[in-house]
Design a protein around this ligand. Structure first.
Ligand code: DSN
Length: 489
């Protein structure tokens, strides 16, 4: 907890947030209280959600201003609204920063989230591969110029395409063609999994599936796979069947930006199109981006709004520009390397204490623990750890016998704790808190005498001790050490 100090001694960051909260207090004090409460929670819990991070005060402040009030559908210089002088500057700057950061020819910074970025990418690929050749064949420039019969044919062609993506239990993502997401309703999808013995991707098998199924799109990328992906190999597979390679690097874009993933493991030179969120390991505001080096694809990506996106959020694009500027620095590269070093130290610490690691280890920012090694389901492990002061999410593991709700795993990520300044020694302590909690957790019995998949017992004094250990780590590695909001009216 920050100490109360005189206003004149406050840092600029403290003044910005403290006075901002004072303004909100005058209109809806409950919201000001909830904002303070969230900071307090984030300062007192060990955050190991692999997809979360802590954006800098500069990124946070760039989001909260009058850019939020401006409509700007279209692209810089080609808007459907007047008065976009500064929105244009913001979008161009964010896009230039992204191109330089990722060494990409083209960057579209409007998507509001990862799902949106993937939707933009899917529609751009469909427009590139299906719509544009069809219009050319019919010798018209625009879909509005097609007669009703040809339009019906084109619409059927959109719905008649195939894709492959990584299966959910192997660590793939719902937006990679699974039925609960629009991508699964739009495309005929088959998924590739991992080798049952190594739990790693088997490129020969992916190639076989691709040759058999002949998808138009191959999606690579994951949200719970603790290994690197060889994008050069994925591109070879795509080229061999004339498919388009799309990489969703939402989880590891910070490691690409920080030059930890290079060569075959950097997706930008290999994929036709790359999507990402901006708020995970990249440590920016919540949002998405689309990158490409493919000639002719950019004009279709540019149509993301209004094809599948609402008007761009200029305040968020401004915050993306700030985050990309931060990610271009040497200190961000050191951060990205530390994220990976910390994940390795965490993995080793957990394995040493009896936890089974999916794939036997990690090469990125995340660790997937098979909590059956502690006699628990993922659901029990997630809840017990929350009581201990450690925030994680339960996750399916390959061939999970407990299904997607209870699961057999927990996913741990190091981007947030690394942003706090924690190092490999700290990861030893984190591994010990996690493993001692899981070892001390006992599944309860259901009313019918079976072992529950959700309920458990954990000793209260143990919980207090664990929370104390978490708070000690957090007090030595404070969140926003120069932000003090104590004493707001
Ligand atoms: N945000 C993603 C994750 O937690 O990996 C899910 O969409």
């Amino acid at each position: 907890m920050s100490e109360r100090v005189n206003d004149q001694d406050l840092s600029p960051e403290s003044k910005a947030f403290k006075y901002g909260l004072d303004v909100i207090d005058k209109t809806e004090p409950l919201i000001a209280d909830y904002i303070r409460g969230e900071l307090e929670n984030q300062r007192t819990q060990l955050k190991l959600i692999a997809s979360e991070n802590y954006a800098s005060p500069a990124v946070l402040l760039a989001m909260g201003n009058w850019f939020s009030d401006k409509y700007a559908e279209g692209t810089p210089g080609h808007r459907f609204y007047a008065g976009c002088e500064f929105v244009d500057k913001v979008e161009v700057l964010a896009s230039e920063h992204a191109k330089e950061l990722f060494d990409a020819e083209y960057a579209y910074v409007q998507p509001h989230s990862g799902i949106d970025a993937n939707l933009v990418a899917f529609w751009a690929l469909l427009a590139y591969r299906v719509e544009a050749p069809f219009l050319q064949d019919k010798e018209v420039r625009h879909v509005n110029d097609l007669n009703d019969g040809d339009w019906a044919t084109l619409r059927k062609a959109f719905g008649n395409q195939r894709m492959i993506g990584m299966s959910l239990d192997a660590g793939g993502h719902l937006t990679h063609g699974f039925r609960p997401n629009i991508s699964g309703k739009l495309f005929d999808q088959k998924s590739y999994g991992v080798d049952p013995d190594t739990e790693c991707l088997d490129y020969a098998n992916i190639k076989l599936l691709a040759e058999e199924f002949r998808p138009m799109i191959i999606v690579a990328g994951y949200s719970a796979y603790p290994r690197k992906v060889n994008f050069a190999k994925m591109r070879e597979i795509a080229d061999s069947i004339d498919a388009l390679l799309m990489v969703d690097m939402a989880h590891f874009s910070g490691l690409v930006a920080g030059k930890v993933f290079t060569g075959d493991f950097d997706p930008i030179p290999h994929a036709h199109i790359v999507t990402s969120t901006t708020h995970k390991s990249l440590r920016g505001p919540r949002g998405g981006i689309v990158l490409s080096n493919e000639k002719g694809l950019n004009e279709h990506i540019d149509k993301g709004c209004p094809m599948v996106l609402g008007g761009p959020l200029a305040n968020i694009m401004a915050a993306k520009a700030v985050a990309f500027a931060e990610a271009k620095t040497a200190s961000f590269q050191a951060y990205a390397q530390q994220v990976v070093d910390n994940a390795l130290a965490l993995a080793e610490g957990i394995e040493k204490r009896g936890g089974r690691l999916v794939t036997g280890g990690t090469e990125n920012h995340l660790v997937l623990v098979d909590v059956r090694s502690f006699g628990l389901t993922g659901r029990q492990a997630e809840s017990a750890l929350e009581e201990s002061g450690v925030i994680v999410n339960r996750n399916s593991i390959p061939f999970d016998p407990n299904g997607a709700w209870y699961t057999s795993g927990i996913r741990l990520g190091t981007p947030a704790l690394t942003s706090l300044g924690m190092d490999c020694d700290d990861m030893g302590e984190v591994a010990d808190i996690i493993c001692s909690t899981l070892s001390s957790t006992e599944p309860s019995q259901t009313k019918t005498g079976e072992i529950s998949k959700a309920k458990f017992t954990l000793d209260q004094s143990f919980i207090a001790q664990s929370n104390g250990r978490c708070n000690k780590l957090l007090s030595m590695n404070q969140l926003y050490p120069n932000v003090n909001i104590e004493g707001s009216i």
